[in-house]
Structure formats: C-alpha cells, structure tokens
Design a protein around this ligand. Structure first.
Ligand code: NAD
Length: 488
C-alpha cells in the first residue's frame, strides 16, 4: 500500500494515527493516510502562526509573494498528470475530468500570483485640513481551510491562492475521503520556495480534526466548503474566538428550459450539468424545470443520451461516469430514490445501484411533475440524480426556480433576450448561466446565498476577503497640540 504524509512547518511526518483509503472503483484499501488529531492540529496552527509573524513572510513584498505563486502555478501545471491520477485513484472522479480540472487549477494560482501586488489600500479625502487618512489592506491572519472530497485540488486552490496573495498563512484540512491529491500537492508546494509554515496540509476526521481546527483560538478565518450541516458546526466552532467565516455549501440548482430553446444544446448542457463528476458537484443542475410544450421531446432525448453514457473505471479515458466516492453515497442515492418513488415520483431511467464491485450508481432521471414534495426534488443530494418538473408560464418557472432554501447556481435556456433578462433579475442564486452551464474562471466570483453559504471564491473579491482594513490617521501640522482642558 502507498503511504502518504502530512506537511507541518515545512516538514513531512506521519500523523498521530493512520487510516486506510479505499479505491472507489474496487472498494479495496490502497493507501495509508496520516490521521491528524489534536496534537497535529495544534502543531499545524502553531507553524502557521509562527510563519505569519516571521519576517521572512511578513516582510516579504507583495510582488515577491506573487513570484512564489507563479512558481507554484508552474509546478502544478508540470505535475498535473500525477495530481490528476491521484485524485482519480482516491476519489473516483474520472481521469477525463481530473486532467482538465487540475491543468486549469494552475490558472487559479497564476491569477492570484498576478493579483498579489494589486491588492491596494485607499487614500481618503478627509474633512480635516491637517490630517492625512488612508486605509491599509492587511492580511486577515491564519486561515483554516476545510474542504470536501470532490474536486479537492480545485476547492483548495480557490482558498490557498487568494489567502497567500493577501499575505495570510494557511492550515488546509483535506477531506478524509480521498486526501491523496492534497498530500501530494504539499510535496509540490514544498518545492516552490515559500517559507516553512506558510501552508500546512493535514487530513483527518470531522470531530477529531476539522472541529479542533475550526475552533482553534489561534485561527483568524475559516474558509469552508462542504455541507450545510457541517457549516453550522463550523460557525458554532468559530464563535469561540469570533473568527470570520466564508462558506461554500451545497445547492439544488434549477436548470430551466423554455420551449424556444435550442433543444439539442440544452440537452447536452443538462447531461453535463447533472452527470459530470457523477453528480458530485455543488453546482449540479439537479432540478430540470421544463416547459410543458417540449417536455416529452426533451425527456425522450435526455433519456436516450443518459442511457448511452459510458459507465466505467475512473482511470479509463473513455469513461464518462465513474463510481461515487464512498459506498455511503451509493446507499444514500438508493434511499433517496426509494423514498421519492414511495412519494409517487416516476423513475425515467436508472434508479438502482449497479451490480458490480465499486461504488457505481447510474445516471438517474426522476419525473416529479405530480409530486412537488418528492425528496429527490427538495433535498440536496450529491450524486447523479436529476429531478424533473414541468411548467406552463414564465412566472411559474421563476416561482419553481426560487422554491428552495439554497441559492448557488442556475441555468436558463431560451432564445428570448428580454425573457432571459427578466429571469436573471428574478432568480435568487449566486450564479446565473444563460444558454450555458458550468462555466467557471479564476476571474469570475463564485458562491451563493441562503443555505448555499456566504462569501465568494474566485475574482478580486476573494483576495479582498482575506484582508482586513486598517485606518491610519496622520497629523500633518507641526503646531503643538493644545492642552484640551485649558479654556481659551
Ligand atoms: P462535509 O460537510 O461532510 O465535509 C466537508 C469537510 O468538513 C470535510 O473535510 C470534513 O472532514 C469536515 N468536517 C466534518 N465535520 C466537521 C466538523 N464538525 N467541524 C469541522 N469540519 C468538519 O461535506 P462532504 O460530504 O465531504 O461534501 C459534500 C458537500 O459539499 C455537499 O453538501 C456539497 O454540495 C458541498 N460542496 C460545495 C461546494 C461549493 O463550492 N459550494 C463544492 C463542493 C462541495
């Protein structure tokens, strides 16, 4: 079995304990992971705090930080095939997706490398003649970054990039499910030339590791991606020392198709919108809202395409849908479908786990037009399950789109420009894609509201969120300050 190590203060070590990681394609253990517990978390936070206060990091110019990030971007690009292979092996995300995504992760580091010396303060035209007042943007401090298993490198890069650009230091807690790519990333980071302790990478379980980290008194900000229930724990934990938080949580994103849309394009976008990453994607367009006039035509084509999807081992370049990350996810999918069918929903295709070793669940489409309370339509689920509802009017489409406590992403397919604008205005979500779905870029902010969380990743805003503002007052007069208690 392969053995991985944690990275604390620039040193690789075994954790307090070890745990086995299982290959999602075979179900067999394949690697031993370092399990961080209290003492490891303390050591990682201490290393990050010392690095934050050290002259080698604190006094480094922003341009020099940017250069190190450029070097890191190059190293990630060079090592992308190895990182992709490990993410595929440990999480089951197919190699087609990990290869493309990790190559693009390098662009996120490049974007924040370029931004490092453009995070500017401001000068205020203050209303007093003998004062200069300006704002300094300073790093927020030591950041705890906690990520889930899916797209770990991507979800970590969107935290590490802006945090380091802003001058923070980071303790990254990789998910206990599939941590291999992050532990390998630590080895790559180590070659970039950052001072020790600027980034620390540990992994472990929620209560023993994540909770200890997010409640640690020496953490200034917690950047979390994961489920809403864990987010509640994180916020409670961070209340201990009033650390700030940014939360990127789940979604139940509407994918809205009007009758005038280009049906073939919309079908293709819906297929990738829900079945890419085997549906284990926060922005998955998991609720198809389809205009009744084209419902039969659309669903027939969608079913045909879903059934033609190649399901197979994740390391095969021809595979289009791979296994889910854990057996628990397969169990959850089966349970969700059983409860939805019991509520009256109709399975159009898929619906039960494949009878082969590994965590395979097929692309599944469920018609919930007659069952608006079906669990698959209302509950966030991380898997290849698409729930369908039809509508007759634009107002009905908008009401259905907003009938959720989540607010992450949405898609609108129509050729009617004015209608597209009305939908953009009306939809309550952090992202609206029009006649496209799933497009992302380091330049564009990403995030949601409601149960989908708060804060933004990507773009300039994310880097600003890792800073705090210091207001400086400087008196320019040489006249002595008069005694305030002497009457004149
Ligand atoms: P999760 O919330 O169970 O776990 C996420 C991370 O939190 C893991 O590292 C876990 O160990 C840690 N954790 C668990 N309990 C903790 C606690 N009490 N205190 C601190 N940390 C704790 O999420 P998951 O099941 O691994 O991932 C799926 C979820 O992530 C879904 O809800 C999905 O929608 C969401 N997600 C959101 C985005 C986004 O960008 N918005 C992206 C990917 C995934």
């Amino acid at each position: 079995m392969q053995q991985f190590q944690q990275y604390i203060g620039g040193v690789f070590s075994d954790g307090s304990a070890q745990f086995e990681s299982r290959d999602p394609a075979s179900g067999e253990p394949w690697a031993l992971m370092p399990e961080a517990r209290g003492a490891d978390v303390d050591a990682a936070v201490l290393a990050a705090r010392e690095a934050f206060l050290s002259p080698s990091w604190m006094e480094m110019t922003a341009s020099a930080r940017g250069k190190l990030l450029f070097r890191l971007a190059d190293l990630v690009a060079e090592n992308a095939p190895k990182l992709a292979e490990l993410e595929t092996r440990d999480t089951g995300k197919i190699i087609r997706e990990t290869s493309a995504q990790i190559a693009y992760v390098a662009e996120y580091f490049r974007y924040y490398a370029g931004l490092a010396d453009k995070i500017e303060g401001a000068h205020l035209p203050i209303d007093k003649p003998d004062m200069e007042v300006w704002l300094r943007r300073e790093p927020v401090g030591v950041v705890a970054a906690v990520v889930p298993w899916n797209s770990q490198l991507f979800l970590s890069a969107v935290k590490i990039g802006p945090a380091l650009a802003a001058g923070c230091t980071v303790v990254l807690k990789a998910s206990e499910d599939g941590p291999a790519p992050m532990l390998e990333f630590a080895r790559i980071f180590d070659q970039a030339g950052f001072p020790p302790g600027v980034l620390n990478v540990i992994t472990g379980f929620g209560p023993e590791c994540g909770a200890v980290l997010s409640s640690h008194p020496d953490i200034d900000h917690v950047a979390f991606t994961g489920g809403p229930e864990t987010a509640r724990h994180i916020v409670r934990n961070s209340a201990e020392n009033l650390a700030s938080t940014s939360l990127e949580l789940g979604g139940k994103s509407p994918f809205i198709v009007f009758g005038d849309a280009d049906i073939e394009s919309a079908v293709n976008a819906q297929i990738s919108g829900i079945f890419a990453a085997s549906g284990q994607s926060c922005v998955a367009g998991s609720r198809l809202l389809i205009e009744a006039s084209v419902k039969d035509q659309f669903l027939a084509r969608l079913k045909e395409k879903a059934e033609a999807i190649v399901i197979g081992p994740p390391d095969d370049m021809t595979t289009e849908v791979g296994p889910l990350c854990t057996p628990t996810q397969v169990q959850r999918a089966s349970d969700l479908i059983a409860r939805s069918v019991a509520a009256g929903a109709r399975v159009i295709t898929g619906g039960s786990a494949l009878e082969r070793s590994g965590n395979y669940f097929p692309p599944t489409i469920v018609d919930c037009s007659e069952t608006p309370d079906a669990p698959c339509l209302t509950e966030e689920f991380f898997g290849p399950v698409l729930s369908v509802v039809s509508f007759s009017t634009e107002a009905e489409a908008l009401a259905l789109a907003n009938d959720t406590d989540f607010g992450l992403a949405s898609g609108v397919f129509t050729k009617d420009l004015t209608r597209a604008h009305r939908m953009i205005r009306g939809i309550r979500a952090g992202i609206v894609w029009v006649n496209t779905y799933r497009a992302v870029s380091p330049i564009a902010p990403f995030g949601g509201h409601g149960l989908s969380g708060h804060g933004r990743e990507g773009g300039l805003q994310a880097a600003l969120d890792y800073t705090k503002v210091k207001t400086v007052w400087l008196r320019t007069s040489d006249d002595p300050i008069p005694d305030p208690f002497v009457m004149r």
